[in-house]
Design a protein around this ligand. Sequence first.
Ligand SMILES: [Zn+2]
Length: 113
Amino acid sequence: MAEVKFCTKCGGSLPNDAKFCPGCGIATKKSYRPGVGYYLLVAVLLIGCIFAYGLMSYNTMTPQERAHFNAKDNAQACWDEYHDKVNDPRMSKQELGIIYGACKLLDERAKNR
Ligand SMILES: [Zn+2]
């Protein structure tokens, strides 16, 4: 059977997957943990910025320059960012892993053009 958990504030028993104590309403420890969703959001924002930057430069390019433009630039910008973050002690391994995954994705896109 599932283990019984107790509220850290009022000591009442908690349903196994409770986000809040039914007795006093305090958030259980589970909801304090930053979820994978947070890190995914960081990755999505990062990719969004890179694509927005790519699009902006694309709009100011001459037709010749546009012919040379490809997804490799986005992938390279991502790897540059990743190498910066690797040396940043505030970054967690999980965050770095997701940025690494995002760069891999951009690499794949570059190859498929
Ligand atoms: Zn409680």
